[in-house]
Design a protein around this ligand. Structure first.
Ligand code: GRG
Length: 322
């Protein structure tokens, strides 16, 4: 992604400086260094996910090209969370988590394609290019979403054995993306009778976004065979991270730049959507975003140093500009 590339450029510069003036820089610029470290981490993971995704769209019929148009690019936050959680929980076999991480990205991409359709948000721009129904046509966009959803579950269940863990992953993912999660959130989000009430806002954010972010962390822990109590604790921490993610998404819709976001800012207000700035004002939304970040950090920290990566991801999400 363009922004990440820009920040990686900064990271490269910083790394070469560290080589020369190592100690001095670490003392003078600790916060900048931390930020650059997490950007480098996210970029490295994103590249792995990008490569794996590309592979899944090779050597198939021509429709795979249309689906891949929408899959290509994106921050890959959900797959990265799954991989990070897998590793933080002691998992070491990338081959067992990667198809699951990619499956999550396909479901997410499906939700974006359908979200952009005229019957929903009616958006022409996504991930810095024409949204699927604009690039192709509505039928292709709808079918791309349908295809990605089914293909995702093929990836989630891939492999010679459907282990207990994989079954748990499939159950957890299907629960949060269906009518108890993303679909329900979207139903409320697209409802004409929206009431600007904090409770409704919370229900929409929780279902549309937070549960999906949380389940990405959960599936990594499941695949690493973490104890049940830790899987649940990670899911709860992930819900706070997911609420934060949607808060910053809402805030960026007001203050973000089109080029950086790769989508049209200001759409929420135009379409009369219930958003965090709409309910609390911009300052109130920012205050609450920081509170969700603190809650997430508190929960991740309680799990020990292995999970510190999630504190860094939380800070990245809080401060993101895209
Ligand atoms: C069953 C998954 C599913 C979908 C059908 C259309 C629909 C119902 C739901 C739409 C839900 C939706 C668009 C939620 C918004 C979530 C969100 C914050 C999206 C932006 O995610 P980023 O910033 O995007 O991770 P990139 O492009 O970086 O991947």
């Amino acid at each position: 992604m363009k922004n990440m590339a820009r920040k990686v450029g900064f990271a490269d510069l910083r790394n070469s400086l560290i080589d020369k003036y190592s100690i001095c820089i670490r003392i003078i610029t600790p916060n900048i260094m931390k930020n650059a470290d997490i950007i480098t981490y996210l970029n490295t993971k994103k590249e792995l996910v990008d490569k794996a995704l590309e592979k899944y769209f090779l050597n198939e019929n021509s429709f795979f090209k249309a689906m891949y148009y929408s899959v290509d690019s994106g921050k890959r936050i959900r797959p990265i969370l799954a991989i990070s959680s897998y590793e933080a929980n002691g998992g070491s076999d990338t081959a067992s988590i990667m198809p699951i991480a990619c499956g999550l990205e396909l479901i997410h991409t499906y939700s974006l394609i359908h979200d952009d359709l005229p019957a929903m948000d009616d958006d022409d721009l996504r991930r810095g290019k024409a949204s699927a129904h604009k690039k192709f046509d509505e039928a292709t966009a709808i079918l791309s979403g349908d295809g990605l959803f089914a293909y995702a579950f093929e990836l989630l269940s891939s492999g010679a054995v459907l282990s207990r863990e994989k079954l748990a992953v499939i159950r957890a993912v299907s629960e949060v993306v269906g009518p108890k999660g993303v679909v329900y959130g979207q139903v409320l989000d697209t409802s004409d009778a929206q009431e600007f009430h904090p409770k409704i806002l919370r229900t929409i954010h929780l279902n549309k976004t937070a549960k999906f972010i949380a389940v990405a962390i959960k599936v990594g822990a499941i695949m690493a065979r973490a104890p049940d109590a830790r899987i649940e604790a990670l899911y709860q921490a992930g819900v706070y991270l997911g609420m934060l993610f949607q808060y910053t998404d809402d805030i960026l819709d007001v203050v973000g730049e089109k080029d950086e976001l790769g989508k049209t800012p200001g759409k929420d207000e135009v379409s009369g959507k219930i958003t965090a700035p709409g309910v609390y004002g911009l300052d109130g939304a920012q205050f609450r975003a920081e509170r969700y970040a603190a809650l997430a950090r508190h929960r991740f920290s309680s799990l020990g140093a292995n999970f510190d990566i999630f504190n860094k991801i939380t800070d990245f999400v809080l401060n993101r500009s895209y």
